[in-house]
Design a protein around this ligand. Structure first.
Ligand code: AMP
Length: 180
């Protein structure tokens, strides 16, 4: 799942995972859980999240790899919020190969920026303040959005209009996913 902050990755990731009976793996949640555990790496993560910066790849990979491997062993997964950079996309592909999984689709939820702002300001998460939101949107545009073309070039991009009721978005995604 690729989307700007507030784009609905979490909501759609959960809905799709429930429909397909597979695991929903949210990198943001895995990182927030580490913050909640109060470990040294959790304190490091908190500083990046509070600023709206990306957490360094090494920390993300170390925490996410075992979660992804466990999800693969249980039949597959929807990754929400990972990969977020081109190097992460390459690592995600390597990891999928090692776990004997194919990447079926990269789903991009396209949502206009004013709608994103409204949704984020209504959500009131710790990193949903005005300045931090603006910065996270910039990080998305600069660092994450190149993944859209990357997956389009590989022929697996599924782009949907993310400014619709949740059920309609899920239906659009399902209609466009490759058959098994
Ligand atoms: P999210 O819950 O997806 O909105 O992510 C919240 C925050 O967690 C982001 O602003 C980043 O600080 C961090 N984060 C989540 N996923 C990643 C990732 N794949 N790479 C680096 N940082 C991430």
């Amino acid at each position: 799942m690729i989307a700007a902050p507030g784009g609905g990755k979490g909501t759609q990731g959960q809905r799709l995972a429930a429909k397909f009976g597979i695991q929903h793996v949210s990198s943001g949640e895995v990182l927030r859980a580490e913050v909640g555990a109060g470990t040294p790496s959790g304190r490091e993560i908190a500083a990046y999240q509070q600023r709206g910066d990306l957490v360094p790849d090494r920390i993300v990979f170390d925490l996410l790899t075992p979660v992804v491997a466990a999800a693969a062993a249980r039949g597959g997964y929807i990754l929400d919020g990972f990969p977020r950079t081109l190097p992460q996309a390459i690592t995600a592909a390597d990891l999928g190969r090692r776990l004997d999984l194919t990447l079926d689709a990269a789903v991009y939820l396209n949502v206009p920026e004013p709608v994103l702002m409204q949704r984020l300001l209504a959500r009131a998460r710790a990193d949903d303040t005005d300045d931090v939101i603006r910065h996270r949107l910039e990080v998305f545009t600069e660092t994450t959005s190149p993944l859209i073309d990357y997956y389009r070039g590989r022929g697996i991009l599924v782009e949907v209009d993310g400014d619709q009721p949740p059920e309609s978005i899920t239906a659009d995604i399902q209609a466009r996913l490759p058959d098994h």
